[in-house]
Design a protein around this ligand. Structure first.
Ligand code: SF4
Ligand code: SF4
Length: 319
């Protein structure tokens, strides 16, 4: 039976491995663990090219053991746009048929695929993931030990006539870590709503080549660039949702490069790291952006669902 907002589930499906850090599904929920609703012994299915160790380290700890199943693949259906067909949907169904056979069989999945899509290649993708999916057990002492944001729903008898939401103060200047000069402008931000949790990629900025054209600051849909005391533009990693617009508008080659979120473990300021040690930052930046094509953000997959993504079909075939 389908349920809206169930209290617990046998399987959680995460088609974007970066969300394993936790996700802010609604503005008043705060960051919530992606495995929060799993029953003891339940399975978290994640599409990822990362190792189980990396994914386990990202997800919050649970009091009871659960299972992790990794379906090889890149983020799919993530962000606000529709990706082309990469068979993730049918591969997930094939995996569920293996992990929870009492729910439905592989044959039932394949029959539906052939009936609905009339595509035997998709039915084959489901069979391959059914054959290859494996699980590892995640113990209570494994994973991110941070305590996630907690809240309680108001009771019906506690509901007031209205809710007042305090506005966010305008912002303030801040200190240059080297010179201690005050300057720039950092907007204040909602302390609960963490937009970064929806991000699959983040911008990495080369402050040495930035020409201070302001285009990233002007075009960022979330106003998340802090103007630094030396008039550079630092994408605030608590506020950035990873849309990739700054990379698209920056006129300087490789000055802004979108990099997979799974490669980072915190939201610290890139500009502060650059100010503290420019040579070390250059090495860090080159390491992060290596292998990323210019304008490498997921926008390249925007298009019709009917059009299939060749590299993902390759992964579906080869596992
Ligand atoms: S990716 Fe760039 S434009 Fe998009 S929210 Fe982040 S900083 Fe702003
Ligand atoms: S768009 Fe690029 S060059 Fe222009 S201010 Fe932003 S980072 Fe610098």
């Amino acid at each position: 039976m389908a349920k809206y907002e169930p209290k617990e589930v046998d399987i959680t499906i995460c088609v974007d491995d970066t969300l394993c850090k936790g996700v802010e599904s609604w503005a008043w929920y705060g960051l919530q663990p992606v495995n929060k609703l799993l029953k003891p012994g339940g399975t978290l299915i994640v599409t990822s090219l990362e190792s189980p160790e990396t994914i386990i380290g990202m997800a919050h700890r649970k009091d009871e053991p659960y299972k992790l199943a990794i379906l090889k693949g890149t983020p799919s259906f993530s962000g606000l746009w529709v990706f082309k067909d990469d068979h993730t949907d049918v591969r997930i169904l094939g995996a569920i048929a293996k992990l929870l056979p009492e729910l439905f069989s592989l044959k039932a999945v394949q029959d539906v695929i052939v009936k609905e899509w009339k595509d035997p290649v998709k039915a084959e993708s489901a069979a391959r993931s059914h054959e290859r999916i494996t699980t590892s057990t995640v113990k209570p002492n494994q994973g991110n030990p941070e305590t996630p944001y907690k809240f309680e729903f108001p009771k019906w008898h506690e509901m007031g006539e209205g809710i007042a939401i305090p506005s966010i103060p305008a912002g303030h200047s801040y200190e240059d870590p080297n010179t201690h000069a005050m300057g720039g402008f950092r907007p204040d931000r909602n302390p609960t709503f963490k937009k970064f949790t929806t991000r699959t990629m983040r911008p990495v900025v080369n402050f040495d080549t930035c020409i201070k054209c302001t285009l990233c600051w002007l075009h960022c849909p979330d106003s998340c660039f802090d103007v630094t005391p030396d008039n550079l533009y630092d994408a605030n990693m608590q506020a950035c949702c990873g849309c990739g617009v700054c990379e698209a508008v920056c006129p300087v080659k490789e000055c802004v490069t979108m990099v997979n979120e799974a490669e980072f473990s915190d939201n610290s300021s890139q500009w502060e790291s650059w100010k503290k040690d420019k040579e070390a930052y250059k090495v860090w930046l080159q390491d992060k952006i290596k292998g990323h094509g210019e304008r490498s953000h997921g926008f390249r997959y925007r298009g019709q669902y009917e059009e299939q993504v060749p590299e993902m079909l390759q992964i579906a075939r080869e596992g």
